[in-house]
Ligand binder design. Structure first.
Ligand SMILES: NC(=O)c1ccc[n+]([C@@H]2O[C@H](COP(=O)([O-])OP(=O)(O)OC[C@H]3O[C@@H](n4cnc5c(N)ncnc54)[C@H](O)[C@@H]3O)[C@@H](O)[C@H]2O)c1
Length: 402
Protein backbone atom coordinates (compact mmCIF):
# COMPACT_ATOMS: atom_id res chain seq x y z
CA UNK A 1 0.00 0.00 0.00
CA UNK A 2 1.33 3.50 -0.90
CA UNK A 3 2.30 5.66 2.10
CA UNK A 4 -0.39 8.13 3.06
CA UNK A 5 0.05 11.88 3.09
CA UNK A 6 0.98 13.90 6.17
CA UNK A 7 -0.33 17.38 6.93
CA UNK A 8 1.84 20.29 8.00
CA UNK A 9 -0.44 22.95 9.49
CA UNK A 10 1.15 26.40 9.70
CA UNK A 11 -0.34 28.79 12.26
CA UNK A 12 0.53 32.19 10.77
CA UNK A 13 0.32 30.69 7.28
CA UNK A 14 1.10 33.87 5.35
CA UNK A 15 3.95 35.19 7.49
CA UNK A 16 7.56 35.33 6.32
CA UNK A 17 8.69 32.03 7.82
CA UNK A 18 5.55 30.10 6.80
CA UNK A 19 5.77 31.45 3.24
CA UNK A 20 9.41 30.38 3.00
CA UNK A 21 8.45 26.94 4.33
CA UNK A 22 5.83 26.67 1.57
CA UNK A 23 8.23 27.80 -1.18
CA UNK A 24 11.00 25.56 0.19
CA UNK A 25 8.81 22.47 0.48
CA UNK A 26 7.52 22.92 -3.07
CA UNK A 27 11.05 23.47 -4.41
CA UNK A 28 12.37 20.40 -2.56
CA UNK A 29 9.52 18.29 -3.92
CA UNK A 30 10.24 19.43 -7.45
CA UNK A 31 14.00 18.83 -7.00
CA UNK A 32 14.70 22.51 -7.73
CA UNK A 33 16.98 23.12 -4.73
CA UNK A 34 19.67 21.39 -2.69
CA UNK A 35 18.79 20.54 0.93
CA UNK A 36 21.24 23.14 2.32
CA UNK A 37 20.26 24.21 5.84
CA UNK A 38 18.23 21.06 6.58
CA UNK A 39 19.55 19.12 9.59
CA UNK A 40 17.46 16.04 8.73
CA UNK A 41 19.31 15.75 5.41
CA UNK A 42 22.82 15.60 6.94
CA UNK A 43 24.67 12.25 7.13
CA UNK A 44 24.01 12.15 10.92
CA UNK A 45 20.25 11.72 10.36
CA UNK A 46 19.51 11.12 6.66
CA UNK A 47 19.15 7.33 7.16
CA UNK A 48 16.23 7.74 9.61
CA UNK A 49 12.79 6.75 8.29
CA UNK A 50 11.51 10.32 7.84
CA UNK A 51 8.44 10.98 5.72
CA UNK A 52 9.64 12.01 2.23
CA UNK A 53 8.96 15.60 1.12
CA UNK A 54 6.45 14.37 -1.49
CA UNK A 55 4.13 13.16 1.29
CA UNK A 56 3.68 16.53 3.02
CA UNK A 57 0.56 18.65 2.40
CA UNK A 58 0.20 22.21 3.74
CA UNK A 59 -2.70 24.02 5.39
CA UNK A 60 -2.87 26.79 7.96
CA UNK A 61 -4.53 29.45 10.09
CA UNK A 62 -4.13 33.19 9.46
CA UNK A 63 -5.63 36.47 10.62
CA UNK A 64 -4.65 38.58 7.59
CA UNK A 65 -6.46 38.10 4.31
CA UNK A 66 -3.74 37.76 1.68
CA UNK A 67 -2.30 34.90 -0.39
CA UNK A 68 0.82 32.75 -0.23
CA UNK A 69 1.73 33.83 -3.77
CA UNK A 70 1.49 37.54 -2.81
CA UNK A 71 3.53 36.97 0.38
CA UNK A 72 6.18 35.00 -1.54
CA UNK A 73 6.49 37.66 -4.26
CA UNK A 74 6.75 40.28 -1.54
CA UNK A 75 9.60 38.40 0.19
CA UNK A 76 11.34 37.94 -3.16
CA UNK A 77 10.94 41.59 -4.21
CA UNK A 78 11.43 43.42 -0.91
CA UNK A 79 14.02 41.22 0.78
CA UNK A 80 15.49 39.15 -2.08
CA UNK A 81 15.12 36.09 0.16
CA UNK A 82 14.72 34.00 -3.03
CA UNK A 83 14.00 34.68 -6.69
CA UNK A 84 10.67 35.59 -8.29
CA UNK A 85 11.29 32.83 -10.87
CA UNK A 86 11.34 30.27 -8.05
CA UNK A 87 8.02 31.65 -6.74
CA UNK A 88 6.49 31.23 -10.21
CA UNK A 89 7.61 27.60 -10.33
CA UNK A 90 6.04 26.97 -6.90
CA UNK A 91 2.80 28.85 -7.68
CA UNK A 92 0.51 25.76 -8.01
CA UNK A 93 1.59 24.45 -4.58
CA UNK A 94 1.19 27.91 -3.02
CA UNK A 95 -2.32 28.19 -4.45
CA UNK A 96 -3.13 24.78 -2.98
CA UNK A 97 -2.03 26.08 0.43
CA UNK A 98 -4.27 29.15 0.02
CA UNK A 99 -7.28 26.92 -0.55
CA UNK A 100 -6.63 25.37 2.89
CA UNK A 101 -6.08 28.52 4.98
CA UNK A 102 -8.73 29.19 7.64
CA UNK A 103 -9.28 32.18 9.98
CA UNK A 104 -7.28 31.84 13.21
CA UNK A 105 -8.05 32.75 16.82
CA UNK A 106 -6.87 35.94 18.53
CA UNK A 107 -7.72 35.41 22.20
CA UNK A 108 -5.40 37.38 24.55
CA UNK A 109 -2.89 38.34 21.83
CA UNK A 110 -2.70 42.07 22.64
CA UNK A 111 -3.48 45.15 20.58
CA UNK A 112 -0.48 45.11 18.25
CA UNK A 113 -1.36 41.68 16.84
CA UNK A 114 -5.07 42.55 16.74
CA UNK A 115 -4.21 45.55 14.56
CA UNK A 116 -2.82 43.13 11.90
CA UNK A 117 -6.21 41.39 11.59
CA UNK A 118 -8.25 41.75 8.42
CA UNK A 119 -11.85 42.60 9.40
CA UNK A 120 -13.80 39.42 10.10
CA UNK A 121 -10.83 37.15 9.41
CA UNK A 122 -10.46 35.68 12.89
CA UNK A 123 -12.59 33.69 15.30
CA UNK A 124 -13.22 35.76 18.42
CA UNK A 125 -16.47 34.91 20.12
CA UNK A 126 -17.24 32.42 22.84
CA UNK A 127 -15.34 30.49 25.49
CA UNK A 128 -11.81 29.18 24.94
CA UNK A 129 -13.37 25.73 24.55
CA UNK A 130 -15.58 26.97 21.68
CA UNK A 131 -12.53 28.40 19.90
CA UNK A 132 -10.62 25.14 20.38
CA UNK A 133 -13.54 23.21 18.91
CA UNK A 134 -13.46 25.42 15.79
CA UNK A 135 -9.71 24.80 15.33
CA UNK A 136 -10.20 21.07 15.72
CA UNK A 137 -13.02 21.10 13.15
CA UNK A 138 -10.60 22.75 10.65
CA UNK A 139 -8.08 19.95 11.20
CA UNK A 140 -10.75 17.22 11.01
CA UNK A 141 -11.80 18.64 7.64
CA UNK A 142 -8.14 18.78 6.49
CA UNK A 143 -7.57 15.15 7.51
CA UNK A 144 -10.75 13.94 5.83
CA UNK A 145 -10.32 15.88 2.57
CA UNK A 146 -6.64 15.01 2.12
CA UNK A 147 -6.90 11.50 3.63
CA UNK A 148 -4.04 12.26 5.99
CA UNK A 149 -2.23 9.84 8.26
CA UNK A 150 -1.10 12.59 10.66
CA UNK A 151 -1.02 16.39 11.02
CA UNK A 152 1.89 18.27 12.60
CA UNK A 153 0.83 21.72 13.84
CA UNK A 154 3.57 24.38 13.92
CA UNK A 155 3.01 27.78 15.51
CA UNK A 156 4.59 30.48 13.32
CA UNK A 157 2.28 33.30 14.39
CA UNK A 158 3.35 36.72 15.69
CA UNK A 159 4.93 36.89 19.16
CA UNK A 160 2.34 37.44 21.89
CA UNK A 161 2.89 39.57 25.01
CA UNK A 162 4.11 37.68 28.13
CA UNK A 163 1.44 36.08 30.33
CA UNK A 164 1.45 36.54 34.14
CA UNK A 165 2.40 33.09 35.51
CA UNK A 166 0.21 33.45 38.63
CA UNK A 167 -2.91 33.67 36.46
CA UNK A 168 -2.33 30.32 34.73
CA UNK A 169 -3.99 27.00 35.60
CA UNK A 170 -1.71 24.71 37.60
CA UNK A 171 -3.14 21.29 36.79
CA UNK A 172 -5.14 19.57 34.08
CA UNK A 173 -8.40 19.82 36.00
CA UNK A 174 -8.22 23.60 36.43
CA UNK A 175 -6.91 23.93 32.86
CA UNK A 176 -9.92 22.12 31.43
CA UNK A 177 -12.42 24.00 33.59
CA UNK A 178 -10.89 27.40 32.76
CA UNK A 179 -11.34 26.61 29.05
CA UNK A 180 -15.11 26.68 29.57
CA UNK A 181 -15.00 30.41 30.41
CA UNK A 182 -14.56 33.58 28.36
CA UNK A 183 -12.09 34.84 31.02
CA UNK A 184 -9.61 32.00 30.43
CA UNK A 185 -6.18 33.75 30.63
CA UNK A 186 -4.49 31.50 28.05
CA UNK A 187 -3.32 33.23 24.85
CA UNK A 188 -4.14 32.01 21.33
CA UNK A 189 -0.83 30.09 21.07
CA UNK A 190 -1.88 27.90 24.01
CA UNK A 191 -5.36 27.33 22.56
CA UNK A 192 -3.74 26.06 19.33
CA UNK A 193 -1.48 23.83 21.47
CA UNK A 194 -4.34 22.36 23.53
CA UNK A 195 -6.48 21.85 20.41
CA UNK A 196 -3.65 19.92 18.71
CA UNK A 197 -2.77 17.88 21.80
CA UNK A 198 -6.40 16.85 22.31
CA UNK A 199 -6.55 15.61 18.72
CA UNK A 200 -3.23 13.73 18.98
CA UNK A 201 -1.49 16.05 16.49
CA UNK A 202 2.15 16.81 17.42
CA UNK A 203 2.47 20.53 18.30
CA UNK A 204 5.64 22.57 17.69
CA UNK A 205 5.92 26.14 18.99
CA UNK A 206 8.54 27.99 16.91
CA UNK A 207 7.67 31.32 18.55
CA UNK A 208 8.51 32.79 21.99
CA UNK A 209 4.76 32.85 22.85
CA UNK A 210 3.55 30.60 25.71
CA UNK A 211 2.15 27.79 23.50
CA UNK A 212 2.41 24.44 25.31
CA UNK A 213 5.05 25.61 27.83
CA UNK A 214 2.94 25.04 30.91
CA UNK A 215 3.13 22.01 33.26
CA UNK A 216 -0.66 21.53 33.03
CA UNK A 217 -0.53 21.37 29.22
CA UNK A 218 2.43 18.97 29.31
CA UNK A 219 0.46 16.79 31.72
CA UNK A 220 -2.53 16.90 29.35
CA UNK A 221 -0.22 15.79 26.50
CA UNK A 222 1.04 12.83 28.54
CA UNK A 223 -2.51 11.83 29.45
CA UNK A 224 -3.60 11.98 25.81
CA UNK A 225 -0.41 10.36 24.44
CA UNK A 226 0.39 13.46 22.35
CA UNK A 227 3.77 15.02 21.60
CA UNK A 228 4.71 18.70 21.82
CA UNK A 229 7.81 20.90 21.94
CA UNK A 230 9.02 24.53 21.80
CA UNK A 231 9.83 27.38 22.32
CA UNK A 232 11.30 30.05 20.00
CA UNK A 233 13.41 28.76 17.10
CA UNK A 234 17.17 29.19 17.65
CA UNK A 235 18.22 30.48 14.26
CA UNK A 236 20.71 33.36 14.44
CA UNK A 237 22.33 35.44 17.16
CA UNK A 238 21.16 33.17 19.99
CA UNK A 239 22.38 30.09 18.08
CA UNK A 240 25.85 31.68 18.04
CA UNK A 241 25.59 32.58 21.74
CA UNK A 242 24.86 28.94 22.59
CA UNK A 243 27.89 27.85 20.54
CA UNK A 244 30.37 30.51 21.77
CA UNK A 245 29.47 30.79 25.48
CA UNK A 246 30.46 27.14 26.20
CA UNK A 247 33.88 27.86 24.64
CA UNK A 248 34.49 30.75 27.07
CA UNK A 249 33.37 28.52 29.96
CA UNK A 250 35.59 25.59 28.88
CA UNK A 251 38.69 27.83 28.81
CA UNK A 252 37.85 29.48 32.15
CA UNK A 253 37.61 32.91 30.51
CA UNK A 254 35.32 35.10 32.60
CA UNK A 255 32.62 36.85 30.59
CA UNK A 256 32.03 40.20 32.29
CA UNK A 257 29.38 41.51 29.91
CA UNK A 258 27.66 40.41 26.70
CA UNK A 259 25.73 42.99 24.70
CA UNK A 260 23.69 42.09 21.61
CA UNK A 261 22.01 44.70 19.41
CA UNK A 262 19.59 43.40 16.77
CA UNK A 263 18.07 45.42 13.90
CA UNK A 264 15.66 44.19 11.24
CA UNK A 265 12.60 45.32 9.29
CA UNK A 266 10.04 42.55 8.61
CA UNK A 267 6.48 42.12 9.94
CA UNK A 268 7.83 40.24 12.98
CA UNK A 269 9.86 43.41 13.63
CA UNK A 270 6.68 45.53 13.51
CA UNK A 271 5.12 43.37 16.23
CA UNK A 272 8.32 43.25 18.31
CA UNK A 273 8.51 47.05 18.11
CA UNK A 274 5.73 47.07 20.72
CA UNK A 275 7.61 46.99 24.08
CA UNK A 276 5.08 44.51 25.50
CA UNK A 277 5.58 41.93 22.73
CA UNK A 278 9.33 42.68 22.68
CA UNK A 279 9.61 41.69 26.36
CA UNK A 280 8.73 38.06 25.46
CA UNK A 281 11.50 37.90 22.84
CA UNK A 282 14.19 39.66 24.91
CA UNK A 283 13.61 37.27 27.83
CA UNK A 284 14.01 34.33 25.45
CA UNK A 285 17.25 35.67 23.92
CA UNK A 286 18.79 36.73 27.24
CA UNK A 287 18.40 33.85 29.66
CA UNK A 288 20.81 31.24 28.30
CA UNK A 289 24.14 32.90 29.22
CA UNK A 290 23.66 32.51 32.98
CA UNK A 291 22.84 28.82 32.59
CA UNK A 292 25.80 28.06 30.29
CA UNK A 293 28.41 30.09 32.22
CA UNK A 294 27.22 29.23 35.74
CA UNK A 295 27.19 32.92 36.76
CA UNK A 296 25.34 35.98 35.49
CA UNK A 297 27.41 38.49 33.51
CA UNK A 298 25.91 41.90 32.78
CA UNK A 299 23.81 41.48 29.63
CA UNK A 300 21.83 43.69 27.31
CA UNK A 301 19.68 42.59 24.39
CA UNK A 302 18.11 45.20 22.15
CA UNK A 303 15.75 44.62 19.23
CA UNK A 304 14.94 47.56 16.97
CA UNK A 305 12.71 47.78 13.89
CA UNK A 306 14.49 49.33 10.91
CA UNK A 307 12.07 49.09 8.00
CA UNK A 308 14.57 49.34 5.13
CA UNK A 309 16.30 46.11 6.22
CA UNK A 310 13.25 43.94 5.43
CA UNK A 311 13.84 40.29 6.36
CA UNK A 312 17.59 40.82 6.84
CA UNK A 313 18.68 40.91 10.45
CA UNK A 314 21.98 42.39 11.60
CA UNK A 315 23.10 41.42 15.07
CA UNK A 316 26.18 43.06 16.57
CA UNK A 317 27.49 41.36 19.69
CA UNK A 318 30.12 42.77 22.02
CA UNK A 319 31.64 40.33 24.54
CA UNK A 320 33.89 41.76 27.25
CA UNK A 321 35.84 39.03 29.00
CA UNK A 322 38.77 38.56 31.35
CA UNK A 323 41.68 36.10 31.16
CA UNK A 324 44.84 35.11 33.09
CA UNK A 325 46.20 37.87 35.39
CA UNK A 326 42.72 39.48 35.16
CA UNK A 327 43.60 41.05 31.81
CA UNK A 328 40.45 42.25 30.00
CA UNK A 329 39.87 41.40 26.33
CA UNK A 330 37.06 41.74 23.81
CA UNK A 331 35.36 39.78 21.12
CA UNK A 332 32.87 41.29 18.68
CA UNK A 333 30.91 39.64 15.90
CA UNK A 334 28.40 40.77 13.32
CA UNK A 335 25.77 38.33 12.06
CA UNK A 336 23.83 39.24 8.94
CA UNK A 337 21.17 36.64 8.27
CA UNK A 338 17.94 36.44 6.29
CA UNK A 339 15.45 35.56 9.04
CA UNK A 340 13.02 33.42 7.04
CA UNK A 341 15.80 31.58 5.21
CA UNK A 342 17.37 30.62 8.54
CA UNK A 343 14.07 29.58 10.10
CA UNK A 344 12.24 27.69 7.31
CA UNK A 345 14.52 24.63 7.04
CA UNK A 346 14.41 24.21 10.83
CA UNK A 347 10.60 24.24 10.70
CA UNK A 348 10.69 21.49 8.05
CA UNK A 349 13.20 19.54 10.17
CA UNK A 350 11.07 19.91 13.30
CA UNK A 351 7.98 18.71 11.43
CA UNK A 352 9.89 15.63 10.25
CA UNK A 353 11.43 14.82 13.65
CA UNK A 354 8.13 15.39 15.49
CA UNK A 355 6.15 13.23 13.03
CA UNK A 356 8.70 10.41 13.27
CA UNK A 357 8.78 10.56 17.08
CA UNK A 358 4.97 10.54 17.27
CA UNK A 359 4.82 7.62 14.79
CA UNK A 360 7.16 5.74 17.16
CA UNK A 361 4.83 6.41 20.10
CA UNK A 362 6.49 9.43 21.77
CA UNK A 363 4.32 11.57 24.02
CA UNK A 364 4.86 14.59 26.27
CA UNK A 365 7.74 17.03 25.64
CA UNK A 366 10.09 16.06 22.79
CA UNK A 367 13.13 17.23 24.76
CA UNK A 368 15.64 15.73 22.28
CA UNK A 369 14.77 18.65 19.94
CA UNK A 370 16.30 21.22 22.36
CA UNK A 371 19.05 22.30 19.91
CA UNK A 372 16.35 23.89 17.72
CA UNK A 373 15.08 26.27 20.44
CA UNK A 374 16.14 29.37 22.37
CA UNK A 375 14.00 28.36 25.36
CA UNK A 376 13.91 24.57 25.01
CA UNK A 377 11.08 22.87 26.88
CA UNK A 378 12.15 19.92 29.00
CA UNK A 379 15.90 20.38 28.44
CA UNK A 380 18.30 21.08 31.28
CA UNK A 381 20.93 22.68 29.02
CA UNK A 382 21.32 25.58 26.60
CA UNK A 383 24.77 24.36 25.45
CA UNK A 384 24.37 23.83 21.68
CA UNK A 385 26.66 20.82 21.33
CA UNK A 386 25.23 19.07 24.40
CA UNK A 387 21.77 19.58 22.88
CA UNK A 388 23.00 18.30 19.53
CA UNK A 389 24.48 15.21 21.23
CA UNK A 390 21.02 14.64 22.76
CA UNK A 391 19.55 14.61 19.22
CA UNK A 392 22.23 12.18 18.05
CA UNK A 393 21.54 9.87 21.04
CA UNK A 394 17.83 9.89 20.19
CA UNK A 395 18.63 8.92 16.60
CA UNK A 396 20.98 6.14 17.74
CA UNK A 397 18.30 4.77 20.07
CA UNK A 398 15.73 4.86 17.28
CA UNK A 399 18.10 2.89 15.02
CA UNK A 400 18.62 0.29 17.76
CA UNK A 401 15.08 -0.06 19.05
CA UNK A 402 13.14 0.87 15.92
N1 LIG B 1 14.46 33.52 12.18
C1 LIG B 1 13.17 33.75 12.41
O1 LIG B 1 12.51 34.26 11.53
C2 LIG B 1 12.53 33.36 13.71
C3 LIG B 1 13.32 32.75 14.70
C4 LIG B 1 12.70 32.39 15.90
C5 LIG B 1 11.36 32.64 16.10
N2 LIG B 1 10.64 33.27 15.14
C6 LIG B 1 9.22 33.55 15.41
O2 LIG B 1 8.42 32.94 14.43
C7 LIG B 1 7.22 33.72 14.26
C8 LIG B 1 7.02 33.99 12.77
O3 LIG B 1 8.04 34.85 12.30
P1 LIG B 1 7.79 35.61 10.92
O4 LIG B 1 9.02 36.37 10.61
O5 LIG B 1 7.20 34.70 9.92
O6 LIG B 1 6.67 36.65 11.38
P2 LIG B 1 5.54 37.32 10.47
O7 LIG B 1 5.09 38.51 11.22
O8 LIG B 1 6.00 37.49 9.08
O9 LIG B 1 4.39 36.22 10.43
C9 LIG B 1 3.49 35.97 11.47
C10 LIG B 1 2.14 35.67 10.83
O10 LIG B 1 1.25 35.23 11.87
C11 LIG B 1 -0.03 35.80 11.62
N3 LIG B 1 -0.74 35.74 12.90
C12 LIG B 1 -0.58 36.56 13.98
N4 LIG B 1 -1.36 36.13 15.00
C13 LIG B 1 -2.02 35.04 14.57
C14 LIG B 1 -2.93 34.14 15.18
N5 LIG B 1 -3.33 34.32 16.46
N6 LIG B 1 -3.40 33.10 14.46
C15 LIG B 1 -2.99 32.91 13.16
N7 LIG B 1 -2.12 33.73 12.53
C16 LIG B 1 -1.61 34.76 13.24
C17 LIG B 1 0.29 37.17 11.09
O11 LIG B 1 -0.80 37.70 10.38
C18 LIG B 1 1.49 36.90 10.20
O12 LIG B 1 1.12 36.58 8.88
C19 LIG B 1 7.39 34.98 15.12
O13 LIG B 1 6.75 34.80 16.36
C20 LIG B 1 8.90 35.03 15.32
O14 LIG B 1 9.27 35.73 16.49
C21 LIG B 1 11.18 33.62 13.94
Amino acid sequence: MASRKIGLWLVGAHGGVATTVAVGLSALRQGLIKPTGLVSETPAFADLPFAGWERWVLGGHEIRQTTAVASAHDLARTSRAFSEQLVDKCRPDLEQLDSRVRPGVVRNVGNTIRKLMSPGFAREAGSARELITLLQADWDEFVAQQELEQVVVVNLASTEPPVAKESLPRDVESLLSSLETTECPLPASSLYAIAAIERGHPFVNFTPSLGSDLPAIDELARQRGSAHVGRDGKTGETFLKSVLAPAFAARNLEVMSWVGHNIFGNLDGVVLNDPVNKATKVASKDKLLGEILGYAPQTLVSIEYIQSLGDWKTAWDHIHFRGFLETPMMMQFTWQGCDSILAAPLVLDLARFAELAARRGASGTLDFLASFFKSPQGSPTHHFFEQFAQLQRWAAELRTNG
